[in-house]
Design a protein around this ligand. Structure first.
Ligand code: CTP
Length: 289
């Protein structure tokens, strides 16, 4: 018998440009129940109540489905969640961040479940939001930003804390029988393309280690400075069910030292054209077969 407060909890959201703030919300909510169902609003519902989204419903669902704390995703979840909706999915309770979510009529979206005593909140994660990320992207190309985006932009992003990293980590060491797979990259603004690559990489073995490159290495190899800092990028990866461990500041060129530490059975690279530039980076694993 589990000591969790509920059997199944329900979370809902837009989860646009899904980030570690969303994943940390899901992680906290998952501690309240044995199972967690994640409702994702469709594009029309979000447009009506909040504004346009960047990613489509399918893309947003992929990002939530890949999260290790999610039991099941529920597409087309209504903006105003009701007890009928919770009952339909046998969920005991609805969980939201401790910010107030209002619908297009200015009414709190969770009023009905709150009144029914089936509503809980968890603390919102500071220093990250979809709006903030959109601001960071726009800042790259445009200094004339609207005021509502500018006010959020003095942040350097999430300040690294061991608390979050340790709570996101799988804390599983590879077993002797594990087939270790290694891949590396920048993984900036984690998106469905990354997720699909990591899923395929994991399928080539049983334990996936992902190396994340530092900003200075990314820049010195002719790419743009990442939008998210390395700690934010690490947290995003650790929230995925395919990732077992992350090397923070992995060498851009895979060297003997890395091979000896990680002991991968296989090193994987994506087959997109950009990786051709990185041919030299994979010389050692190629030589080792
Ligand atoms: N959330 C959170 N911490 C953040 C961002 C979101 O806890 N930094 C929570 C919200 O409180 C909500 C859930 O994640 O319960 C889904 O949020 P979403 O509907 O995607 O929209 P926002 O709350 O507007 O989040 P964001 O500003 O990042 O889009």
């Amino acid at each position: 018998m589990s000591n969790k407060k509920y059997h199944r909890v329900f979370v809902d959201g837009c989860f646009d440009l899904c980030h570690f703030g969303h994943y940390n919300f899901i992680r906290q909510a998952s501690q309240l129940g044995d199972e967690l169902y994640a409702g994702v609003h469709n594009d029309e519902e979000i447009l009506k109540n909040k504004g346009p989204v960047v990613l489509t419903l399918e893309e947003r669902i992929e990002m939530i489905e890949a999260c290790k704390w999610v039991t099941k995703t529920v597409p087309d979840s209504p903006y105003n969640v009701t007890t009928y909706w919770l009952d339909k999915y046998n969920c005991d309770c609805n969980v939201h961040g401790d910010d107030l979510a209002l619908n297009a009529d200015g009414v709190e979206c969770h009023e009905s479940v709150r009144r029914a005593g089936r509503f809980e909140t968890v603390p919102r994660t500071k220093a990250i939001s979809t709006t903030n990320l959109i601001g960071r992207i726009l800042r790259l190309s445009n200094s004339e930003l609207p005021e509502e985006l500018r006010k959020d932009l003095n942040t350097k992003g999430y300040l690294p804390s061991t608390f979050l990293i340790s709570h996101f980590s799988s804390l599983n060491e590879p077993k002797k029988t594990d087939v270790i797979v290694y891949c590396d990259g920048t993984f900036d603004m984690l998106h469905p393309g990354h997720v699909s690559f990591l899923k395929k990489a994991k399928q080539m073995g049983t334990y996936l280690v992902v190396g994340i490159h530092e900003d200075k290495d990314v820049i010195s190899h002719g790419k743009k400075k990442p939008i998210m800092n390395i700690h934010e990028r690490v947290l995003n990866l650790l929230a995925l069910k395919y990732v077992d461990d992350v090397i923070i500041g992995a060498p851009y060129v895979i060297n003997e030292e890395l091979i000896q530490q990680v002991v991968p059975a296989i090193v994987v690279e994506g087959s997109n054209s950009e990786c051709v530039i990185r041919d030299e980076c994979y010389e050692i694993p190629k030589k080792l077969g």
